[in-house]
Design a protein around this ligand. Sequence first.
Ligand SMILES: NC(=O)c1ccc[n+]([C@@H]2O[C@H](COP(=O)([O-])OP(=O)(O)OC[C@H]3O[C@@H](n4cnc5c(N)ncnc54)[C@H](OP(=O)(O)O)[C@@H]3O)[C@@H](O)[C@H]2O)c1
Length: 310
Amino acid sequence: MQYTTLKKTDIRVSKIGIGTNRVGGHNIFPNLDETEGKNYIIEALHHGVNFIDTADYYGWGRSEELIGEVIHAVNIKREDLVISTKAGIQRDPQGNRKMNSRPEYLRAALESSLKRLGTDYIDLYFLHFADNETPVAESTGELARLKEEGKIRAIAASNLSLNQLKEAVSVTDISAYQDLYNMLERDIEKTILPFCLDNQISFLPYYPLSSGLLGGNYKIDDPPPKRFTKEGFQQKVQIVDQLKIIADAKGISLPNLALSWILAQEGIDIVIPGGRHSGHAQSNVKAADIQLTPSDLEAIENVLKDVIQS
Ligand SMILES: NC(=O)c1ccc[n+]([C@@H]2O[C@H](COP(=O)([O-])OP(=O)(O)OC[C@H]3O[C@@H](n4cnc5c(N)ncnc54)[C@H](OP(=O)(O)O)[C@@H]3O)[C@@H](O)[C@H]2O)c1
């Protein structure tokens, strides 16, 4: 495994982290097997992954509980792990999600996350979403106070507009930012990504495998994942077939091609693929050691040039 340092911190993280919205995230995905989810984390740790990304929203806390169980069962010191979690989505009395980024809510959410994870600090704490009422500066200002109190080591944000991110940066150091980015979904390349580069913010792409499209898990007639139009989805599946030819010629898997492509992009040195079972972890950790050549990148760019952004 290869490691890097989160911007504006001394936190060393593996270049391949793990996303855990499918570990106990029953409110997002059906039919999740919790034992397999825990094995996915254990397998990743076994391969030198030290970076676990979760959120209090995943399974309304269940993902954090399962991670807590794993980190107490494995023989790894807490200081050798980097745990990131997020707050900003609240469950309303009807069980629906509602954004809440008020300072007092974020503070209370952090305390609950610490309990579920069985730890007394979070390495990287995210403002998951901003609600439309609380100024972002107030939310990140509270995260800055939590950092001063030693409850979190670094501050991060996700799903903000460029202006909101600028506001966040104006009040405190933001070490990392998460947004949607992968070979097939590149909207942020001209906006948020350059801002992160210029402002020393580690950019952590979510959906790096385009929710499984870049795992090769979809056929053209399958129902598309929610965020895609039928036309956009079908075009992407055809593009994925061409990417698979490039991966085959290089002797690597399609998801490894997708993850190593992300790591080859300027300013991106960490990726957090999600998975459901140990096989996903076993496969994805290999991406850290794959170097795409300039001619690989050119061949990929030729395939991607007409991709529809929806
Ligand atoms: N900040 C935010 O708002 C936000 C939003 C979304 C996600 N995230 C974070 O980002 C992480 C990654 O996103 P994601 O998990 O939703 O999407 P993703 O990484 O794009 O896709 C994960 C899915 O890809 C498939 N996959 C993974 N490895 C594979 C392999 N080696 N071979 C074949 N298929 C493979 C699996 O699909 P199947 O399960 O269908 O096999 C897996 O569930 C999340 O876990 C979460 O931690 C953050």
